[in-house]
Design a protein. Structure first.
Length: 196
């Protein structure tokens, strides 16, 4: 984006106007709602996301949510990290929604955010326990959110200390590309699997 900056120089004999063109690159900042934010296993991901994106955190467990929020703010004092009281409001304000932890299988929470998820990317953040419960739910998430783009993320790291490798699955190539880009910029390794 180019901005034209005009400066004047007044002289007794003449009046001159100088124009300088300054180019400023502006990144489209995304807001990400994390529904089920107290899931401790996702803290390394949230920490990286908080350095690049505006995060809206929601969890029914207010104590755990406060702890995660305080930890993220302590790690990144310049980030925009907000606690939200309502999953619906957090999802409505966000460009991208992450469903994590207990929320992956919480029908009431899913039903609430359904109202405001139209045309948004919804990331289903799988962990070991969640994966076994929702492995066959990709189709049902697509049916629940028919006008959203579902991307399922599964931690595939074999080393317990290394949670940097993720498998991304979904039907929408643009959504997969967007989520892979977000995770790659955060320093994670992604493998993409697109369903037909």
């Amino acid at each position: 984006m180019a901005f034209l900056v005009l400066s004047q120089w007044n002289d007794v004999a003449s009046c001159c106007i100088f124009a300088t063109v300054k180019t400023i690159t502006m990144e489209n900042v995304r807001t990400i709602a994390v529904i089920g934010a107290s899931e401790e296993r996702n803290f390394p991901i949230l920490k990286e996301l908080s350095e690049r994106y505006h995060l809206l955190l929601f969890d029914d467990n207010q104590k755990a949510l406060s702890q995660i929020h305080e930890s993220l703010v302590a790690q990144n004092r310049h980030g925009v990290i907000e606690k939200m009281n309502c999953a619906l409001n957090a999802s409505w304000e966000a460009d991208i929604i992450i469903l994590s932890g207990f929320c992956v299988n919480d029908a009431a929470v899913v039903e609430k955010i359904k109202e405001v998820a139209t045309a948004k990317i919804i990331i289903i953040m799988e962990n070991d326990d969640d994966f076994t419960k929702s492995i066959n739910r990709q189709l049902s998430f697509d049916l629940i959110f028919p006008h959203s783009k579902i991307v399922e993320i599964i931690n595939v790291a074999t080393d317990d200390n290394s949670e940097k490798e993720f498998l991304l699955e979904g039907h929408n190539s643009k959504a997969l590309e967007t989520v892979a880009g977000i995770f790659d910029r955060c320093g994670f390794t992604t493998f993409v699997s697109q369903f037909n």
